[in-house]
Design a protein around this ligand. Sequence first.
Ligand code: ZN
Length: 192
Amino acid sequence: MIITEEAKLKLMCEEVKTVKEGEEIGAQLLKELTESENGIGLAANQIGINKRVCVVNVKEPLVLINPRIVERSEDQFMFAEGCLSFPGQHVRTGRFTEVTVEADNHEGKLKFSADSEDINDAFECACVQHEIDHLDGITMFDRSVTPQPYKAPEKIGRNERVTITDGKETKELKWKKAQPLVESGDWEMASV
Ligand SMILES: [Zn+2]
């Protein structure tokens, strides 16, 4: 069952202790992904398992256990993303053109690049970043390059944590610190 509660999706996932544990979660994720309508990736926390495992299935099924992005390009590309946890919604995001990933179940490094003739490479590259973001409690809305226009929240405590974005970078901080940035116009509230 795919979780759509955003509060739950904002939690950081924990590393799995063993590759075996990761593989079991990976198999569950691939099954769920196959049953989904046109999903190309899924992270464990999207099905209620708060562990650092995700799958990507663009060119071939790929399970990533405790994945880490160890290198990223400076340049980014724009991508229109959807997410199984937010059916029917799409966001224009900025993603790194190239990322290098390490994972406990892969020897060496995995390289993903959108700089290719094959559109599937761009899909795979964006998808890997989208799924690893999920494991850090980050959703596609946090990566939006066209954030929603700022609307003042009804009531927000000075110490309440909010997420703001300038279109490139996302920060989570207390409202008393975020407020001046948001009011400067350079930062906007990320979709919450
Ligand atoms: Zn997603």
